[in-house]
Design a protein around this ligand. Structure first.
Ligand SMILES: [Zn+2]
Length: 307
């Protein structure tokens, strides 16, 4: 296995980048070393590639959220406490809960992903995992602290972590990617994500770390990236309204592709389009921007001005 992966230290924080700077299926994680405790923020495939010896003993694991690429190294530290936000806690209890509650997959897809969780991401249930809440601060000794900042939407329990005195905000999967926000699972929520992004515009830090390949950015880049990332949601709404000038079914919407590009070869792209664009459609119907024409067909309301 490669151990030639990039690492950056900022005060008490050691940032352990994944392969391709943490592009999925890898991700970025952080080891924080205080006077009394050593804590891992996420345990990624890149951490597994380095091996346990690269980080030594760890007292506690804090997870940004309950997704496969952020907990793949938990198995390396069976004696460390595992903590995550109360809302994501159910996913750690068992692989069944992970598949049913967090992802909401069914049938063959569920069976396939169960194997992926175990074989590729080393999922081990931790029914003993413990819950933190928004604003909880972990004191690692020597003036080093990690604060949980609840940033739901990607999952209901998703959190960022503020690491002091490093002035580092670890954003997890509010990942600032050009793809835009991802809310394609059963445990995701479009409107929670929007509220999170409004709040994120006011997050002050000296350094910002994406959980994936955008990596470490300065405040100016953060604001610029965040604005473009946030704009993706409105773009998806506008493109959907434009498309619904003619009556369309949900199957038409899925086939048209709004989240992915038509040429993108992504496993389960259709299912993701259905979940994410279903959230956009439901909201537009609720707000009167889209109306139901007949059984299963939708059209932009006549009053809806599409720019
Ligand atoms: Zn995730």
């Amino acid at each position: 296995m490669s151990v030639d992966l990039e690492e950056v230290r900022i005060g008490p924080a050691r940032i352990l980048f994944g392969e391709n700077r943490g592009k999925y299926p890898d991700a970025n994680c952080v080891l924080v070393e205080g006077g009394e405790e050593r804590v891992l923020l996420d345990t990624t495939p890149g951490l597994v590639a380095r091996g346990r010896g690269a980080v030594g003993d760890v007292d506690r694991i804090l997870l940004t959220h309950c997704h496969e690429d952020h907990l793949a190294g938990n198995f390396l530290f069976p004696d460390a406490e595992v903590w995550l936000h109360a809302a994501d806690l159910p996913g750690m209890a068992s692989i069944e809960a992970m598949l049913d509650v967090i992802y909401g997959y069914t049938g063959a897809r569920r069976a396939r992903f169960e194997r992926v969780l175990v074989e590729q991401f080393h999922f081990v249930p931790r029914p003993d995992a413990r819950a933190f809440r928004d604003g909880d601060v972990f004191d690692l000794g020597g003036g080093v602290t990690v604060e949980a900042v609840h940033t739901p939407g990607h999952t209901h329990g998703h959190c960022a972590f503020r690491i002091e005195p490093a002035g580092l905000l670890f954003l997890g999967d509010v990942d600032l990617s050009s793809f835009g926000p991802y809310y394609g699972d059963a445990w995701s929520d479009l409107e929670e994500f929007e509220t999170t992004l409004e709040q994120a515009a006011g997050f002050e830090a000296r350094h910002y770390l994406s959980g994936h390949h955008v990596g470490l950015v300065d405040p100016a880049t953060y604001r610029d990236r965040l604005a473009r990332y946030t704009a993706k949601i409105r773009e998806r709404d506008q493109r959907l309204l434009e498309y619904l000038r003619e009556p369309r079914t949900m199957d038409d919407i899925v086939a048209h592709r709004f989240v992915y590009r038509p040429q993108d070869q992504v496993p389960n792209a259709d299912a993701t389009e259905r979940v994410m664009m279903g959230m956009h459609l439901d909201r537009l119907i609720r707000r009167g921007g889209v109306e139901t024409v007949d059984a299963g067909r939708f059209r932009a309301a006549a009053s809806e001005a599409v720019q």
